[in-house]
Each structure stands twice: as C-alpha cells, then as structure tokens.
Design a protein around this ligand. Sequence first.
Ligand code: ADP
Length: 344
Amino acid sequence: MTDRVSDEPRSWRRELVDSMVDAAMLLSSDGRVLAVNGAARDLLSMPAGDGASGSRDSLTDPELLRAVAEVRRTAAPVTVDTSDGNRYLRASASMVSDETLLLISDRTQEKRVEELRRDFVVNASHELKTPVTSIQTLAEALTVVVHEQPERVPALVARLSDEAERLAALVHDLLDLRRLEERGPLEREPVDLAELARQVVGSQVGRAEAAGVEVWVEAPDHVLVAGVAGDLEVIVKNLVVNAIKYNQVGGTAQVRVRPRERDVELVVEDTGIGIPQPDLPRIFERFYRVDTARSRETGGTGLGLSIVRHAVEHHGGSIQVESCLGEGSTFTVRLPGERDLGDA
Ligand code: ADP
C-alpha cells in the first residue's frame, strides 16, 4: 500500500520534470532526489538514470545544497550561482507543496563573454594610458624647453607627434574591432579582391621601401569575392603591413590571390622574422604581441590580427598561419567566392 501511494506521485513528478526543456530536478523534504531530467543530468554531470527512480541520485554541489536548505527554511525562492571550474551554473530553488524544485541554467557562455569584456576594458585602458601619459609628459616638457632650450623643441615635437599617431592608431583599431563585433549580418556584394590587393600594396610601397622590403602581388586581372569592400581592405592591409613590419632588410612580401573551386584564396607570404610555434595560436588574440617592443616601435597596436580574424569569420571565411622562426610567415585566408551571393 505504502509503495503504491509513493510510486504514483513519483512517476507523475518524473513526467513533469522530464517534460521541462530547462534543466530541472525535484527533491523531497529530506533532500532526496525524486526526479531529475536529462538536461539537469548533463549540467550536473550525473550518471544517466535507470528510468525507474531518481532515488539513487544525490545532489552534491554545496551551493545547490545550501539553496535547497535555505528555501526549505524560509519558503522564499532562492537563486544561487555555482561552478565546478569548467561550467558556471545558476539555479533557482522554490517550494512546490512540500518538495523543492530546482531549475538550473548554464551561464558558462555568458560568463566567458563577461570575462572577455572585462579583460578587454582593462587591456584597452592600459594600452591607451601609455601614449596618453607620454603626450602629457612631452607637452609639459615642451612648455619649459620652449623658453629654456629652444633647440630641443623639434625633437620633442617629433616624439609628441609619434605618440599622438600611436594613440590615433589605437583608437582607430578599437573602433574597427567594435564595429566588426557588434554589427549584424553583412550586406555583401561582389568585390574584386585582385584589384583591391593591388591597391593596398600600392599604398604600402613607401613603407616597404623604407623597410628595405620588396612587395608585390600575383593575381589574375579579376577575382571576385562576396564581401564588404571596407572589411576586405582591412584584412589585406593588416596582413600586408605586418608582412612588411615584421620583415628584414632585403626581405620580400608576396601577396597572391587566386580563385579556387568554391572559394577564393588570399595568401600573404613574407621572408621575415617568423613567429615562434608556441605563440602561433595566440597571435589572433587582442593585444597579443610576440615582441612588444618591436610592435610598438613599428606603430603596432596588437589588434591588427584580431580585427583580421573577426572580419574573415564574419565573411564565413577562414584564416591559417604557418611560420618558421627566422625564415618567414605565410597567412592563408579563404573567402567565399562571388557565386556565394547567388547561393545565399
Ligand atoms: P601588431 O599591431 O602588434 O602588429 P597584430 O595583431 O597585427 O598586432 O599581430 C600580433 C603579433 O603577431 C605582432 O605583435 C607580431 O608579434 C606577430 N606577427 C603578426 N604578423 C607577423 C608576421 N608577418 N611576421 C612575424 N610576426 C608577426
């Protein structure tokens, strides 16, 4: 008789909890797990149930246990956050008759985005502080030097101008990154990547000559991709500028554009300083630099490649890098060809 009485509501509960889309579990007044659905098992890494009863399951997370105890004590709903180091969960506990219902949601992704944002603000403020402080110091020095040592003025003004340029580049890159991150679906149109590569390389000839690097493009007359011209220019320009900046006197930077069967390939290959293998997976992160001094010296912001990656991914493309220290690097970008516009 007792069995029958306890079995009936138990299966009813199980059905209710199973029918919920969100992770849910129901606990008895003495803390036993009466029912738990698949989503909750996944989130709490509980072994799959035998389908007969949840009684062999137990709740072990201390925060969740605390929530269950508190809701039972106060009868008011309680919300807690918990983590096993990998996953971040939020659970709300409430009383349903004399049992406790726990609803659990996975906040891992949200938490990662929050962390990324926080790191970004910290890093961006730090990066901005450097040129701003230099500009302040140089401006103060100028007000004194202009009267007492006027011969030093040109050198100070040149440094001031360099720092202002660095600040402008940083603000420009930060805005580019924000624009790429926050915008909706792309309005793509056919863009001639071969022509664009020739234009970009043409605009960097002065920089290449100053660095003693020879730069050229190998491409058919026209290669059409489905994209946003401004973004594609940002991609090519950042890669070409890096191929010149991280090169050596007498080195080369080669840009190749070629149509492939389903997409278009852009390769930027240099004979520069190369990138150590352990750094390769990190160079697309914001503000990551292999050699901070060299990046700063050459006006780098540490944002170029993360902007490139965002722009490429937004286009549904991919980017890969191969590099050999002291010998050079090759960045290969694949972008959807023009016919992708027709398919869409
Ligand atoms: P930066 O503004 O510092 O150039 P990027 O995001 O464009 O920032 O690049 C990140 C880092 O990757 C650079 O600081 C540099 O150390 C390395 N890097 C990028 N491109 C090259 C390249 N072609 N050759 C060698 N190192 C490179």
